[in-house]
Design a protein. Structure first.
Length: 132
């Protein structure tokens, strides 16, 4: 993987961990695709979609929403498989959660072009063709 692509994935995840969706790291045509089981599901497109995705997350959860990178693996020149942890409290129910999920993040020309979320790290690995 070109170092620039891996670097932009690292910087984007670092920004998410700091509470910043960093749309400047995203391509104008970015697509964020959440899994059906994620509290915020569906696709978000473009830099405006990145902002809408982040706002929808803020509306669904109260207080601090915490992203944490657990691991990452290069898949090819553009794609990185990540396992992340998301911690927070659901706004409507007040229920605390701590979930691990997987994503395949695609970077091209120094920008994030796609982020596909999966309900579990295992499902992300299967989608990437990696077996446990």
């Amino acid at each position: 993987m070109p170092e620039g692509s891996l670097d932009v994935v690292d910087r984007w995840i670092d920004a998410l961990e700091q509470g910043d969706p960093a749309p400047e790291l995203c391509a104008e045509e970015i697509v964020i695709s959440n899994s059906a089981g994620f509290p915020i599901n569906g696709d978000y497109s473009g830099r405006d979609g990145v902002a809408a995705w982040w706002n929808d997350l803020a509306e669904a959860f109260e207080g601090d929403l915490h992203f944490e990178l657990i691991e990452k693996h290069r898949l090819d020149e553009e794609r990185v498989l990540t396992t992340q942890r998301l911690k927070g409290t659901f706004r409507l129910t007040g229920i605390d959660f701590d979930i691990a999920w997987g994503a395949i993040i695609t970077a091209r020309d120094g920008q994030i072009v796609r982020a596909d979320g999966y309900d579990t790290p295992r499902l992300a690995k299967r989608a990437a063709g990696i077996e446990d």
